[in-house]
Design a protein around this ligand. Structure first.
Ligand code: C30
Length: 288
């Protein structure tokens, strides 16, 4: 049976506690949490996923019949309840405390909907994926001057306009935030995910794709099986609508720490839209 180094099940097992049965991405509607970790073999003091934060967190739902995807970016400073912690905290810290398991639990708790799958990548996997795709098409709104994957200042310059970004440019585009904000960065990350989904429909060679999954090795982890991932490639071709949702909120300072305070109604609205898109009526509970 084919498997890959990247494959890593969650400690909860095959299915979310909010599901009665395991979800087959080849047949059912499903949700995926995409987590980008600010880590690379080239960054000082970094080693593996352990203890690192999620600087990109995107929840996407896939509806098979509608051939559509909806996604929302969760700001990393969002002030949320992390299951098992006494005080509310930044959502980005869930990963530092309890890895991808606690991150998945936190997102399920926030939206009260099941996270069926996750894909976690660091800088290196991101670069390898975009490289295999031969770049990604993005409409850049304004000029960007940013550090590269090895944190060399101003190494990357991207002019505004529709263009194909190479791997280093795509990473800089997903990371940059000082010219605007983490919220705008979240919008850019959704653009990149959309571009990756669109670009993956162009992959003609399954062996090349299998090779990629093999090569990303421990720079990526996912609870999709290799079979799931190959099926997804075909699925991606059928998708004709990708909608981006936004979480509203406001800047907050609590005990002198900066947080992003999510608007409760907005969380509910996004949650309801995603549940509807999943055709999820609710079962099970996150309260364990
Ligand atoms: C149907 C199909 C085909 C598939 C279904 C599944 C799918 C769609 C899978 C998609 C898989 C992938 C690969 C999705 C891509 C996900 C994305 C968008 C990942 C983003 C990139 C990534 C790997 C990680 C996150 C990186 C981020 C956002 C930030 C880390 C700033 C400091 C203190 C300064 C520092 C400054 C900048 C750039 N840096 O970068 O530098 O640590 O950012 O904000 O923490 O740091 O602030 O002030 O020191 O220089 O401004 P950072 P920071």
């Amino acid at each position: 049976n084919a498997s890959s180094k990247a494959q890593e099940t969650l400690s909860r097992g095959e299915k979310s506690n909010l599901r009665l049965n395991a979800i087959d991405p080849g047949k059912d509607n499903f949700s995926v949490l995409i987590a980008g970790i600010d880590d690379s073999k080239h960054r000082k003091g970094k080693k593996g996923f352990e203890g690192n934060r999620t600087d990109a967190l995107i929840l996407a739902t896939f509806n098979r019949e509608q051939k559509s995807v909806k996604m929302v970016s969760i700001p990393r400073d969002s002030y949320v309840q992390i299951p098992g912690r006494i005080n509310k905290d930044k959502i980005t810290h869930a990963h530092a405390y309890g890895g991808i398991d606690l991150t998945v639990d936190t997102v399920e708790h926030l939206f009260n909907l099941p996270v069926d799958y996750y894909v976690r990548v660091n800088f290196d996997a991101f670069l390898q994926i975009v490289d295999t795709l031969g770049g990604v098409d993005v409409d850049v709104k304004k000029k960007i001057v940013e550090q590269d994957s090895q944190d060399r200042p101003k190494a990357i310059t991207i002019e505004p306009g529709k263009q194909r970004l190479n791997p280093e440019e795509a990473l800089a585009y997903a990371r940059t935030r000082h010219a605007d904000s983490d919220i705008m960065r979240g919008d850019r990350q959704k653009q990149i995910v959309e571009a990756i989904i669109k670009e993956s429909t162009q992959i003609k060679s399954i062996p090349k794709y299998g090779q990629l999954i093999e090569n990303v090795g421990d720079n990526m982890s996912t609870n999709f099986t290799l079979g799931n991932m190959i099926a997804l490639l075909k699925y991606a071709k059928s998708i004709n609508n990708i909608e981006s949702l936004s979480l509203e909120g406001s800047d907050a300072r609590i005990n002198n720490i900066y947080y992003y305070s999510l608007d409760e109604q907005s969380v509910l609205d996004v949650s309801n839209k995603l549940k509807e898109h999943l055709d999820y009526s609710g079962t099970g509970t996150t309260d364990t």
